[in-house]
Design a protein around this ligand. Structure first.
Ligand code: COA
Length: 370
């Protein structure tokens, strides 16, 4: 029995911040901090902060801008975090709202409607609350019967949730499943951290998986493969035990922190091996793969992974990049690339969706155009 991806959707926030705007704000903050602490800095008691640069950001990451849910709050140097309005319990949460918008597009593309969906899985890096689940809100808002739940495997949340949906459909538990990946990464980013302030953006993707291949869009899932390997190199220690543990809510580890260079070095070979193994398992050669829709964190990282897999430099058709526009949108990244770069696929052409990130976690979904 086969399982098909029959539709995808994307929600993109209205506002975006260019590298130049972000750096201008960061550097004003640095200037004001250094002026305020001039005396302590001159005696060596405190260290002066160092300015950021848009040239560095573009060169080191490939990122040129990022979409965000609130631009003004991030660029305001007295705040440096998005300003989002707290919603009442009877209002739709912001993550569910993004997910519903992306889901409507995916339902349209799949030529189906909510009454035919049996389950909703929300996979994302940062859930705004413990419960009720964002997925259950989406289910309620769209009028879906069945079951819904949230899960978090950081940047790999989309591929891991696609595997869950794939397995449930194969097992006969559901016929059609909606997977959503709402990411407000700007909410967990430390905009005062020079090493990371440029990394993330916000977006939400949706994917419909089903047993039938009704839609003209359909891609058959040939297989999914997941892997995790513990690493402390990407962490976020924010959680419900922060308060009982009396830990400092403002310490930098309560937001995203990473050792970017180590992540780069360690993750590239893991992903290359992971995709090679998965292709081998399905008796596929890399030459049979038309496109790699990779996780969107760093341009050089993706170029290196593709080069190691192909044995040569990839062309932009083989490995589309969206991180220049979106930055790293965590779990949504590889799905945005798939959503935007799959319409030219002809029957029987194959591609690999692959995510990688904190955990470490790696996931791959190999698809064939019907
Ligand atoms: C984060 C990342 C872009 C940083 O690039 P990098 O080339 O590794 O940069 P480094 O942190 O080693 O810093 C290199 C130099 O740039 C400087 N630098 C760092 N941030 C800077 C900034 N914002 N502006 C200007 N210079 C900066 C550093 O001080 C360092 O200077 P030095 O060589 O004089 O010591 C890159 O490591 C990366 O993307 N890694 C993968 C991360 C990833 O995939 N994470 C998954 C997250 S889900």
């Amino acid at each position: 029995m086969s399982v098909f991806i029959s539709g995808t959707g994307l929600f993109t926030p209205k506002e975006y911040i260019t590298n130049e705007e972000l750096v201008e704000s960061f550097n004003s903050y640095v200037e004001s901090y250094n002026n305020e602490n001039q005396e302590s800095i001159s005696t060596g008691e405190m260290e002066a902060l160092v300015p950021s640069s848009s040239e560095f950001i573009k060169k080191a990451s490939g990122i040129e801008r990022r979409y965000v849910q609130d631009k003004a709050g991030i660029l305001d140097i007295s705040r440096m975090r998005p300003k989002l309005k707290e919603r009442k319990n009877d209002e739709l949460s912001i993550l569910a709202e993004m997910a519903v918008a992306a889901s409507k597009q995916a339902l349209d593309q799949a030529n189906t409607n909510a009454s035919e969906i049996d389950a909703v899985i929300c996979g994302c890096s940062n859930l705004q609350r413990a419960y009720p689940a964002i997925a259950i809100e989406v289910q309620q808002e769209l009028g879906i019967e069945g079951y819904a739940y949230d899960m978090n495997v950081a940047c790999s949340s989309a591929t891991f949730s696609i595997q869950n949906a794939f397995n449930d459909i194969k097992a006969g538990v559901a016929d059609k499943i909606l997977v959503v990946n709402p990411e407000i990464c700007s909410g967990h980013l430390n905009f005062r951290d020079r090493d990371a302030h440029f990394i993330f953006g916000d977006a939400c993707t949706a994917v419909i998986l089903e047993r039938q291949q009704d839609s003209s869009f359909s891609f058959e899932i040939l297989g999914t493969q997941l892997q995790t390997k513990f690493s402390n190199n990407i962490r976020n220690n924010f959680g419900f035990l922060n308060s009982p543990e009396d830990s400092d809510p403002n310490s930098s580890d309560k937001l995203f922190i990473q050792k970017g260079r180590s992540v780069f070095k360690e993750v590239v070979p893991i992903v290359q091996m992971h995709i090679s193994d998965h292709l081998n398992e399905l008796n596929l050669e890399i030459s049979e793969i038309k496109r790699l829709w990779l996780h969107q964190a760093n341009l050089s990282m993706n170029l290196l992974i593709a080069k190691k897999l192909l044995g040569r430099d990839p062309d932009e058709n083989e490995m589309p990049i969206i991180l220049n526009d979106y930055a790293n949108t965590s779990s949504a990244g590889s799905i945005i690339a798939f959503h935007q770069y799959k319409d030219d696929f002809k029957s029987d052409e194959k591609g690999v969706i692959s995510s990688f990130g904190a955990g470490y976690s790696v996931g791959s979904v190999i698809v064939r155009k019907v």
